[in-house]
Design a protein around this ligand. Structure first.
Ligand code: GRF
Length: 219
């Protein structure tokens, strides 16, 4: 694949994953380019980060919409206008409607701070610690109608340290997230990872289990 893949990143908060993706995309050899960062609120810290990197930003203010469908329609219109062919949700704190997910099927990614299918939903770091897990991490997956349930492409995995607190663990997982999310964008942009009818192909063959980035030293 020779053309550079246009990517949009959708955020609600500080946008550290967005920044990691954007910084890789600004390298001359990057096979993808972040063409727009969209937030669902003006207060998203990532908007300033994106602007300082020279990336166009827009806000689709969630409070101005009466229901999920109308917000999702506005978000979809903004994404279409951006020209993006891949959409990376990065700390986007809203559940998207089935119609939106279907419209962007195979072009919509999310990052979740656990080794899916473990710990869908919130408080993943505390839950992994409370369960006494030996390992924890983050997953980049295609988004489907099932919350945090779409096919996982890549996981960053680390060993939990004795006596580790949720905040420290969260910071280490974040460091891993900043490695795996841009990496997945590259794999998709170069055609090595593909969505095919609800499953993932890697180098043309079905991906039976996620690609793994092991990094115990993160953070
Ligand atoms: C990350 O932990 C990500 O896994 C989750 O939301 C957080 C976003 O962090 N979906 P940031 O805004 O990218 O710093």
């Amino acid at each position: 694949m020779s053309a550079v893949l246009p990517v949009a990143v959708v955020i609600s908060g500080r946008g550290s994953n967005m920044e990691a993706i954007a910084r890789i995309s600004l390298k001359p050899a990057s096979p993808f380019k972040v063409v727009r960062v969209i937030a669902d609120r003006e207060s998203a810290g990532g908007l300033a980060r994106a602007t300082s990197l020279g990336i166009p930003v827009s806000v689709v203010p969630v409070r101005q919409f009466a229901d999920r469908e109308s917000f999702d329609a506005a978000l979809a219109a903004e994404l279409d206008a951006s020209g993006a062919r891949l959409v990376a949700l990065a700390g986007f704190m809203r559940i998207l409607s089935p119609g939106f997910v279907q419209r962007f099927e195979g072009r919509l990614l999310n990052i979740h701070p656990s080794l899916l299918p473990k710990y869908k939903g919130l408080d993943t770091h505390a839950r992994a610690l409370a369960a006494g897990d030996s390992h924890h991490g983050a997953s980049v997956h295609y988004v489907t109608a099932e919350l945090d349930g779409g096919p996982v492409i890549m996981q960053g995995r680390l060993r939990i340290r004795a006596g580790e607190a949720p905040d420290g663990l969260s910071a280490r997982v974040h460091t891993l997230e900043h490695i795996i999310y841009p990496h997945v964008c590259t794999l998709i942009a170069t055609g090595r990872v593909e969505w095919r009818a609800g499953s993932v192909l890697f180098d043309g063959s079905p991906l039976d289990s996620p690609l793994i980035e092991e990094n115990d030293a993160a953070a």
